[in-house]
Design a protein around this ligand. Sequence first.
Ligand SMILES: NC(=O)c1ccc[n+]([C@@H]2O[C@H](COP(=O)([O-])OP(=O)(O)OC[C@H]3O[C@@H](n4cnc5c(N)ncnc54)[C@H](O)[C@@H]3O)[C@@H](O)[C@H]2O)c1
Length: 237
Amino acid sequence: MGKLDGRIAVVTGGSSGIGAGTARHLRDEGAEVCVTDVSPPREDGGLMYLEHDVSSADAWLRVRDLVVSEFGRVDVLVNNAGIFLPGMIADISLEVWHRTLAVNQTGILLGMQTFAGALEESGRGSIVNMSSYAGMQGHGTSVAYQAAKWAVRGMTRFAAREFAPRGIRVNAVVPGFIDTPMMAAGGDALRDTVVRRTPLGRLGEVADIAYAIGYLAGDESAFVTGTEIVLDGGMLA
Ligand SMILES: NC(=O)c1ccc[n+]([C@@H]2O[C@H](COP(=O)([O-])OP(=O)(O)OC[C@H]3O[C@@H](n4cnc5c(N)ncnc54)[C@H](O)[C@@H]3O)[C@@H](O)[C@H]2O)c1
């Protein structure tokens, strides 16, 4: 018996990195999983895939309708999709600012808005939103990424209060530095610095985050809403 037997889950940005690992883990725990992404999966995990830009309200409606018609219901929404575009306040272009917020922040608003009805009907709906270490402190190289990841934590708390009467729980995960293509783009120097600054002495693995999302998706976290789980190897400590 898996912890998520019979659940229907949607994972955005599920073609790569944390999203792909989360989709695999939810599947291994018994869920039917639909992966959505702007790009097709890097590996064929045998999961349903829908092309989807999370910054488009119309695309969200199409995804919801296809998932509900395929599976009949939705129990779990993992708002994982995200982009990292560098930019300091001194020189960030408005194009980079708006695109980052459109994907990393508005995408999460649209997901929660579009799927709230279906998650309410499930009776055990759970939303997990992707924040970041960058949403907990003031260090980094992208003011837009940082602004969006802080906003995700605020929206998560707001949504938890708004949706509690509808039986939907809403939480966030806060990864530190995780070994994914997004992290690899920072190069070896970033990796070495991070490992030095992390008390547990390593980068996070995709599975470290996937397990927390699996916990928040299922019944073991039935009394958990409006909060976040930090998975950073002790960096914030
Ligand atoms: N890797 C880390 O160290 C780290 C740390 C903290 C938070 N995060 C967050 O975790 C999430 C996943 O990151 P990752 O490291 O796995 O990165 P990744 O680049 O490996 O995966 C991100 C996925 O999102 C998809 N995506 C991008 N724009 C999209 C859009 N508009 N609509 C739908 N899908 C889109 C990409 O195609 C990709 O498959 C992101 O929200 C990221 O900000 C990552």
